[in-house]
Ligand binder design. Sequence first.
Ligand code: KIV
Length: 260
Amino acid sequence: MKKIKNLILKKNKSKIVCLTAYSYNISKILDEHCDLILVGDSLGSVLYNYSSTKEVTLDTMIEHSKSVRKGIKKSIMVVDMPFGTYKTKSLALKNAKLILKKTKCDAVKLEGGEKILSIIKDLIKNKIPVMGHLGILPQTEKKFTFKGKQKNESKRIIKDAKLLESAGVFSIVLECVEGNLSKKITNLIDIPTIGIGSSNHCDGQVLVTDDLLGLNQTNFKFVKKYVDLNKIINKSILNYRLDVKSKKFPKSKQSFFKKI
Ligand code: KIV
């Protein structure tokens, strides 16, 4: 709880750094640099090549989260509740408790505003910290275009953000929300907004780590690729292949021979 209180205190003081992790090796590195690490259900498309996050199961989220947990010492760890796991209050509570118990995460994230408000309120009443998620909602979205183009849509997102804040969420992810709308929401609420494709007006930023590392072959406008790991890995594997074929690997220093 203290970590979450400290995160809220960062609003208007210091930008909040968040990234996704799905395994130990990455979470260990991220923990040195991030305030918050999200085990996102984006792992469905990123790791499993599913066409939608709808296919991600609770078991899959829990297993990856257990791996991520091992790499985290200081950051806040948030786990996405996958599609279908928070349809009703009782189902959400049962599954959120299971996620917290098995993964020792600090909080869960649910997609949506007014429609799932009573479910979120119930989780918070039961002392489960919740992060909100507005804008593009990948679990239910039909069209992946940025949000806030129309007045009605903007009004609804503003209303949802206020409702989520009053329900007690500690932060809200804004996914692909128009820049001026993100600014307005960020100024209207007292909890941090974390943007992905929602301009630098948000209190913090999150990206899918595989995207910024260039492991994913995606080309989203809002991603900045800091390195092309795909290219680097490809070259390394090719060199390995050439070494094996030409018998340059393994050398005697990589082998075990009995002294005669
Ligand atoms: O699933 C995910 O990785 C997310 C981020 C994109 C915010 O929800």
